[in-house]
Design a protein around this ligand. Structure first.
Ligand code: IMP
Length: 204
C-alpha cells in the first residue's frame, strides 16, 4: 500500500517517514507528483488546513494522503499567530523574521504571562475514511534566542519540563516531547486500528 505525504519539505517528510515506519506502508512525497504545486491553505483552523491538503492530494493522486499543519498559539497574543504561524512577519518572511517579530511583540510581557502552545494537526484521507489527530506541547516564549538546532521558532520556545528551548535539544530529545511527534504517534495508532479492521473485512 502506498500513501502520499502531502509536503514538499524534505525534513518534514523524513520526520513523518520515521514516525510512521511501523505501519509497513510505502510512503512517497510530493516530489513524485511535480504537477502538484503549492496548495492554498485558506482554512480557519489547523484542522481545516490539514484536511484541505490531504483531500487535495488524495483527489489528484487517487492515493491515500497524509498531511500536517502546525501553529504556535501564544497566550499573551490571544492565541496568535495560530494558523498564520508560518507567515507571522508577512508573506515571504524567513524563520528569523518571525522570531524577531515575536520577540518584539512580547517585549513588555511579564514572565508569568509568556505561556505558549505548539499544536500540530495531522489528517489522513482515502476513499472511505478521514482521520485527524492532534499533538500539543506547552512552553513559554523566551526573551532572547537560545540554541542553534532545529528550525522556525525553536530558539525562543522553552519547554519547562526539559529546562531547554527546542533549539537546545538534539532531535531525538525534541521528538520525545514535540507537538509533531505526539500528533504522528496518535495518527499512527488510529491508522494501525483502521488498516487492521480493513484487512479483517477484506479477508472475511
Ligand atoms: P507547518 O504547518 O508545519 O509548515 O508549520 C508552520 C510554521 O510553524 C513553520 O513555518 C514554522 O515557522 C513553525 N513550526 C512548525 N513546527 C515547528 C517546530 O517544531 N519548531 C519551531 N517552529 C515550528
Amino acid at each position: 500500500m502506498k500513501i502520499v505525504i502531502a509536503t514538499h519539505n524534505k525534513d518534514k517528510f523524513k520526520e513523518l517517514h520515521h514516525g510512521l515506519l511501523s505501519l509497513n506502508v510505502k510512503l512517497i512525497s510530493l516530489y513524485d507528483f511535480p504537477e502538484i504545486g503549492e496548495i492554498i491553505e485558506d482554512g480557519k483552523t489547523l484542522k481545516d488546513n490539514a484536511l484541505i491538503k490531504a483531500r487535495t492530494v488524495h483527489k489528484i493522486t487517487s492515493l491515500p494522503a497524509i498531511s500536517d499543519d502546525t501553529g504556535l498559539e501564544v497566550d499573551a497574543l490571544n492565541g496568535d499567530p495560530g494558523v498564520f504561524t508560518a507567515r507571522y512577519a508577512g508573506e515571504g518572511c524567513t524563520y528569523l523574521d518571525n522570531v524577531n517579530k515575536m520577540l518584539k511583540e512580547m517585549k513588555n510581557v511579564p514572565n508569568q504571562n509568556r505561556g505558549a502552545t505548539f499544536k500540530t494537526v495531522m489528517a489522513y484521507v482515502d476513499d472511505n475514511m478521514e482521520l485527524t489527530s492532534e499533538g500539543i506541547v506547552q512552553g513559554t516564549v523566551t526573551r532572547t534566542k537560545k540554541g542553534v538546532a532545529g528550525f522556525g521558532y525553536d530558539p525562543i520556545f522553552y519547554v519547562p519540563d526539559t529546562g531547554k528551548t527546542f533549539a537546545e535539544m538534539e532531535i531525538e530529545e525534541k521528538n520525545l516531547v514535540s507537538h509533531r511527534s505526539r500528533a504522528i504517534k496518535a495518527l499512527r495508532a488510529d491508522l494501525a486500528t483502521y488498516f487492521n479492521a480493513s484487512n479483517i473485512k477484506e479477508n472475511a
